[in-house]
Design a protein around this ligand. Structure first.
Ligand code: NAI
Length: 258
């Protein structure tokens, strides 16, 4: 087999949560370029429709579904729609997330709960729903959870986000154990800092730019295309023996010098 063909997603169906912007929108395009049918799932359907018009001419087919990961009904409905259109989902990019820096002393009960509801409960809900359907249909699968380097090391102002992302790391490993016998692999990608809607205001500032120069050994932000390789590795046959792994894609940020 041509070694590069192992990275292809031809004939597979990939569901991407939070596909309306940033990392999700980018990797949805990559999945399409790799030959997959792509289910574009998020709350902002107008944005997804726009993305779908690109995706159509890149590779496989696309389907737009409205999804709120905080609602079980919404998650089940998205998988129902994917099954009706494509027969089922093989790969999930569990990417939807929120992020706002806040000092630990100021976080309200409401903000804490909202963070966990999306960034942890939502990831668990989507992964469980995907796995239940894969097992029921006897389909092998790959679930890729988007964690963060803030799930591996803490950062000032991120206690609520870090706690959720650390839990996503441990959830990914635990699910990998439970699901291995069903031929479902579960891994996590832990991005460092990539400029997206979540953080672009901060990285426009001098403070943000200085922080990156000081804290990241490679002295720069990540570019979205630098996530393509890790995503395709974990999604495709090329990663067939990788499960329970966390891949940091961060220019060395998490191993910066003490
Ligand atoms: P983004 O804000 O562009 O994308 C997040 C997406 O999730 C948006 O489309 C948003 O609408 C969607 N979303 C939020 N709540 C949702 C819900 N309840 N249901 C469905 N969709 C929902 O930001 P970005 O950077 O692309 O974030 C994607 C993932 O990457 C997030 O999980 C984030 O925590 C993670 N990440 C991002 C980093 C970065 O530097 N940009 C660094 C480390 C992790």
């Amino acid at each position: 087999m041509d070694v590069l063909k192992k990275f292809a997603l031809t004939g597979k169906t990939v569901l991407v949560t939070g596909a309306s912007s940033g990392i999700g929108a980018h990797l949805a395009r990559v999945a399409s370029q790799a030959g997959a049918n792509v289910v574009l799932a998020a709350r902002r359907v107008d944005r997804l429709e726009q993305l779908a018009s690109d995706v159509h001419w890149l590779g496989g087919q696309s389907l737009v579904v409205k999804l709120d990961v905080t609602s079980r009904d919404s998650v089940e409905a998205a998988f129902d729609a994917a099954e009706a259109q494509f027969g089922g989902v093989d790969i999930v990019l569990n990417n939807a997330g929120i992020g706002d820096a806040q000092r630990a002393l100021d976080i309200s009960e409401e903000d804490w709960r909202a963070m966990q509801a999306t960034n942890l409960d939502g990831v668990w809900r989507v992964a469980q729903c995907a796995a239940q359907r894969m097992v029921k249909s006897g389909r092998p699968g790959s679930i890729i959870n988007v964690a963060s380097i803030l799930g591996l090391r803490p950062g000032t102002g991120y206690s609520h986000y870090s706690a959720a992302k650390a839990a996503v790391v441990q959830l990914s490993k635990s699910l990998a154990l439970d699901l291995a016998r069903h031929k479902i692999r579960v891994n996590a990608i832990a991005p460092g800092f990539f400029k997206t809607e979540m953080n672009d205001a901060y990285f426009e500032t001098e403070k943000g730019q200085n922080y990156i120069k000081r804290a990241v050994p490679t002295e720069r932000l990540g570019q979205l295309h630098e996530l393509d390789g890790p995503f395709l590795l974990l999604a495709s046959e090329a990663g067939s023996f990788i499960t329970g792994e966390v891949i940091a894609v961060d220019g060395g940020h998490v191993i910066n010098s003490l």
